[in-house]
Design a protein around this ligand. Structure first.
Ligand SMILES: Cc1cc2nc3c(=O)[nH]c(=O)nc-3n(C[C@H](O)[C@H](O)[C@H](O)COP(=O)(O)OP(=O)(O)OC[C@H]3O[C@@H](n4cnc5c(N)ncnc54)[C@H](O)[C@@H]3O)c2cc1C
Length: 616
């Protein structure tokens, strides 16, 4: 009997993960893409990871995903962001070779005999009753027991460069208009979002001597647990700044801005705004940072991160040349804005399957997210669940307290989003427990049980876990003589001693005169476990407290603008929605658990003040 197949529409970051996951579970995949050479293409910045996104990369990696391996295989520079802040917000960010990345992605995908890439345009999703049965393409019809839509920014998309606009899905690639029409015909609610990218420059024409160099960090772990070579880490980035002249040019150019002249109507990315947005929204800021990032080994192209724009080309030309160090920069590709179609992800189940159409799954930018990592995270979940659907097995749902992937899917399908959604650590109520560094230990069992990693990897990680637990048990048992300056030496429990901020594992080893037999990763985990234990307990008790007060009423006419500690986004959304209960407030997309706690404290103070007034 012929095996049932899955059709994946799109070979971007979501499509690649979906195909790989389904193939790992033994289900054949036909992977449709406009171009075989753009598999895993990085549409925007040549970098993977960053704050909270790195959590997603490591979680995808331990579920057998591609993004971490591909980043390591094409790396140019590693950095650990937020080094001076707590472990929960530290994040790996890898600058990658934008030209090699899709080549390596293609090789990786082709290494799975169960994945058949097909260079074709999908026009239509074919259904019978409320069940998906295949796809219609320019090469003919293909039957499929499940279909995953991972069409990214291509759905009925329009590119804007000043007042010039045309239908393309990425510069130089076609838009998928017919596919979007087909999705609408299936009865799914749709809308449009906007994103954008910056111009690319010729590095031979940049004066690096006037820019600040940012060297790689040397002690950052590779992204993937499965990377067994030392990834390249030998490129620098450089920092430039916009100035008053740049801002004057932008302000003058606004009359030609499709964004400010009402031509672009869709909502843009709040946390990755265009330069014109930054200049208008933050008029008091005299300068904005521009990171000059390498695009590839041996390539002349560099990526000026921070000046994404949809202004006309001549205005781009002028404002780029007003930046110190870029006065003579040759522009190799223009910046542009793009409006693209998507669906409201609240029409999906937690498995990412459409509620009303059996076997139809959606993943990536088409669900309202932005970013490679967010797309990859959904892709892997859709791939796993489409395979389980074909195999008539129960879906795999990751809870939001199990991982950032679970959190992402939960927010999308339950809260939805009214603007491009990107991940932040603050979105999690358990941001200390769900860290980038412990993704491996949190998820290896579930990954093995699903069949996504092999026994050798499972046993290897099991040993790592055992060594960490063993060291923690030893610390709990041991008593050490510890002497503070000017005081008598006392016997202290080693575990308790390690809790102290000024004590590290090395110091404990000196006191016990014996080294632990641990790798540098395991040492770090032991220290974090001990030092964070108390905070994680507190985090969990806050969560319980919040759940207890979910039904508590919010006093009417509360002025959220005056609540200290809330971000601008949260103040704006709460003021607009005026939720009646704490639960309703937390249901609003973008309202974080930390914000919930601030509201809860406000309600309590308010109730206390009122009861005092009454007594008087
Ligand atoms: C101009 C631009 C700027 C961006 N700026 C940012 C940013 O600042 N920050 C950020 O985080 N992210 C940004 N992104 C978004 C980022 O590129 C995406 O979030 C990410 O690539 C989404 O991955 P995906 O897999 O969902 O889709 P994509 O990477 O877009 O891949 C879609 C795939 O679908 C295929 N496809 C589409 N329709 C069809 C069809 N009908 N038939 C066959 N194949 C089809 C395409 O060939 C492609 O392979 C930007 C994207 C663009 C285009």
């Amino acid at each position: 009997m012929k095996k049932k197949k899955i059709a994946v529409i799109g070979a971007g970051h979501a499509g690649v993960e979906a195909a790989v996951a389904a193939a790992r579970l033994g289900v054949p995949v036909q992977l449709f893409t406009f171009s075989l050479d753009s598999i895993g293409k990085l549409s925007c910045n040549p970098a993977v990871g960053g704050v909270a996104k790195s959590h997603l990369v490591r979680e995808v990696d331990i579920l057998g995903g591609a993004i971490g391996r591909l980043a390591d295989a094409t790396s140019l520079q590693y950095r650990l962001l937020n080094r001076s802040k707590g472990q929960a917000v530290q994040a790996t960010r890898v600058q990658v070779d934008r030209f090699r990345y899709p080549r390596v992605a293609k090789e990786f995908v082709l290494s799975f005999p169960l994945i058949e890439p097909i260079e074709a345009e999908v026009y239509e999703i074919l259904t019978r009753g409320n069940k998906v049965v295949g796809v219609k393409t320019n090469l003919g019809d293909f039957s499929a027991a499940a279909v995953i839509v991972a069409a990214g920014t291509f759905l009925d998309s329009t590119i804007h460069i000043g007042f010039t606009h045309f239908k393309q899905g990425r510069l130089g690639e076609p838009a998928a208009k017919r596919l979007f029409e087909s999705i609408k015909r299936l009865g799914l609610k749709t809308r449009y979002f906007k994103t954008g990218t910056c111009a690319r420059l010729d590095k031979r024409t940049v004066d690096f001597s006037r820019l600040l160099e940012q060297k790689p960090d040397r002690d950052v772990l590779p992204f993937s647990f499965f990377t067994r070579f030392k990834p390249k880490n030998n490129h620098s980035c450089y920092i430039a700044y916009t100035n008053k002249r740049t801002h004057r040019i932008i302000k003058k150019g606004l009359k030609f801005s499709p964004l400010y002249q009402g031509i672009i109507k869709a909502t843009g990315v709040r946390y990755c705004p265009s330069l014109e947005d930054k200049v208008v929204k933050f008029p008091h800021k005299e300068r904005h940072q521009v990171f000059i990032e390498p695009e590839g080994e041996g390539s002349f192209e560099v990526y000026p991160n921070g000046i994404s724009t949809s202004l006309p080309f001549d205005v781009q030309y002028k404002f780029i040349h007003s930046i110190e160090g870029l006065e003579r920069a040759v522009i190799l590709r223009p910046g542009y804005g793009i409006e693209h179609g998507l669906i409201d992800a609240r029409q999906l189940k937690s498995s990412l399957e459409a509620k009303d159409i059996k076997g139809l799954f959606f993943a990536g930018q088409v669900n309202g997210t932005t970013g490679y990592e967010e797309a990859a995270a959904q892709g892997i979940m859709a791939g796993i669940n489409a395979a389980l659907f074909v195999q008539k097995k129960e879906p795999f749902v990751m809870r939001r307290d199990e991982g950032f992937i679970g959190l992402l899917v939960d927010e999308l399908v339950n809260k939805g989003t009214d603007e491009p959604y990107r991940m932040f650590t603050s979105r999690s109520e358990l941001k200390l427990a769900l860290r980038e560094d412990n993704a491996l230990l949190r998820l290896f069992r579930v990954s093995y049980n699903l069949g996504l990693i092999d026994k050798a990897a499972f046993l290897e990680i099991g040993e790592i876990e055992k060594r960490i637990k063993g060291a923690l048990a030893e610390l709990r048992r041991e008593k050490l003589l510890y002497k503070l300056k000017g005081k008598k030496a006392i016997l202290v429990n080693a575990y308790e001693l390690l809790r102290r901020p000024q004590v590290n594992l090395e110091k404990i080893e000196r006191l016990r005169k014996k080294k632990f037999s641990l790798s540098s990763y395991e040492r770090k985990e032991v220290e974090i476990e001990v030092k964070y234990e108390g905070f994680i307990k507190r985090e969990k008790s806050y969560l319980k407290e919040m759940q207890r007060f979910h039904k508590i009423k919010i006093p009417p006419h509360i002025d959220y603008r005056k609540l200290a500690g809330l971000s601008g986004e949260i103040k704006e959304k709460l003021s607009k929605n005026q939720p009646k209960t704490l639960a309703a407030a937390l249901q609003i997309s973008g309202v974080t658990p930390a914000a919930g706690l601030i509201i809860l404290n406000f309600i309590r103070n308010y109730a206390e003040k009122n009861s005092k007034k009454k007594k008087r």
